[in-house]
Design a protein around this ligand. Structure first.
Ligand code: ZN
Length: 430
């Protein structure tokens, strides 16, 4: 490499040399692929339709890669029978129908799983020196997410039995994300005119909690949480013979994590009825727990509704209720709420507590060594969905959201590499 003309400080030198080195590497890859004519399969080759496709010369195409632009001349075959044309090389190196190299596609996928499309574009430029416009990032990330969305449905294999923790937790929750207006036509929502601005993403988190803190309370095991979520229905009518789309998603996630084989299973939710219906049907022996964090939050909201802006009274009130909840003094808790007969919120909360009472026996659960107030669910919704899909100015289509959620869940659950290996094996580009 000729380095004459490169001068300045260390940073300037390293940046300049990298640019030159990448360019040079790009030319080497380009030459190597273009010198290799093994993609020429003779004057004809079988077409996927069963007929024969005829060789029609080498056609150039420029790809964006992590080494800059690379122009490849590939053998082209055309089939008169079905009218389709194809490039054997594109299939072999996994670039059919795209102008992005596999290496760049992977970088875009990982970046866009973590940050917005615009930020991913910025990062690729700042860190990798790669000019990938926002729109290209968005298209590539959604397309990869769509592949993962399908892949997730077909790959659910139980782990070896020795890797399954004695107690496995399945947490279920939902959170609204902002949608494009055309996606919401006719949907009922919480807006003043009865319309909707959001749709609910349902999220399932699976984890173990064998670790203990200093007071011997169960703690979520580091790195044990995995996620799967989508805008999907969890509704199941008596006449349905198959579980809802979301129920099937949860069952796949549970299977991947070995929940059905775990000696003890726990289903944690916020108290929504669909969660318990799901648990009753699919994990009948699971312990059902209302996430303590959710209940405490609810009690705070009720306190605010009763006392309004008086922070002192409100704080005093909810602290007492939290204590009653923690100590399983359920009757005291209900009595305290009952005294606020004029508060709708208090009356609704009484209903909620009565309905879920057996799922809030926190002293009992603690004695059983169970994790009840993990915040895993709350953090899950924030981490997986909120931080990526609920940022200002974002408006999603159902498919677009589902594909990015699939991409993000795959990345955050440590499954992206497995997916990528399967993808490479599939295209023959391993
Ligand atoms: Zn054909």
């Amino acid at each position: 490499m000729n380095l004459t003309g490169i001068s300045g400080d260390f940073e300037a030198i390293e940046m300049a040399v990298r640019t030159k080195a990448l360019k040079l590497a790009g030319r080497i890859v380009e030459k190597q692929l273009n010198d290799d004519h093994t993609d020429h399969k003779g004057s004809s080759t079988p077409c996927q339709c069963g007929a024969v496709a005829i060789y029609a010369g080498r056609h150039p195409k420029t790809f964006m890669s992590i080494l800059g632009e690379i122009t490849l001349k590939r053998a082209y075959y055309h089939c008169a029978q079905c009218g389709e044309g194809f490039f054997p090389r594109d299939r072999a190196i996994g670039v059919t129908g795209t102008s992005l190299s596999p290496g760049l596609t992977r970088m875009i996928g990982i970046s866009a799983a973590m940050v917005s499309f615009a930020e991913a574009s910025e990062l690729l430029l700042a860190v990798g020196g790669l000019h990938v416009p926002n729109k290209t990032v968005e298209r590539a990330a959604k397309s990869l997410g769509a592949e993962i969305f399908v892949d997730e449905r077909t790959h659910a294999v139980a782990p070896p039995i020795q890797e399954i923790a004695p107690t496995m937790y399945v947490g279920l929750d939902g959170t609204g994300i902002p949608m494009r207006s055309e996606e919401l036509t006719g949907r009922k929502g919480k807006q003043a005119d009865g319309s909707a601005k959001t749709r609910e993403v349902k999220l399932c988190a699976v984890w173990s909690a064998e670790s203990r803190d200093r007071e011997n309370h169960p703690l979520r095991d580091e790195g044990s949480v995995s996620y799967s979520g989508a805008i999907e229905s969890a509704a199941c009518r008596d006449i349905d013979t198959t579980p809802s789309a979301f129920a099937q998603r949860v069952l796949r996630e549970a299977l991947r994590r070995g929940v059905p084989e775990a000696p003890r299973q726990v289903v944690i939710g916020d108290g929504a009825q669909w969660i318990w219906n799901f648990a009753d049907e699919h994990f009948p022996s699971a312990v059902q727990i209302v996430d303590r964090f959710h209940v405490k939050e609810y009690l705070c909201r009720v306190g605010k509704a009763i006392y309004g802006p008086d922070a002192d009274l409100y704080t005093q009130w909810y602290r007492k209720r939290h204590q009653e909840l923690d100590e399983e003094r359920f009757d005291d808790l209900l009595d305290a709420l009952s005294s606020h007969t004029s508060s709708n919120e208090a009356q609704q909360c009484i209903e909620y507590l009565r309905k879920n009472r057996h799922r809030m026996r926190y002293c009992f659960f603690e004695k059983m060594g169970l994790c009840t107030s993990s915040g895993v669910l709350e953090a899950g919704c924030k981490t997986v969905i909120g931080n990526r899909l609920k940022r200002s100015g974002m408006r999603w289509s159902t498919n677009g959201a589902n594909y990015i959620i699939a991409l993000r869940c795959s990345k955050l659950s440590g499954r992206f590499e497995d997916f990528w290996e399967r993808r490479c094996a599939h295209t023959g580009a391993a």
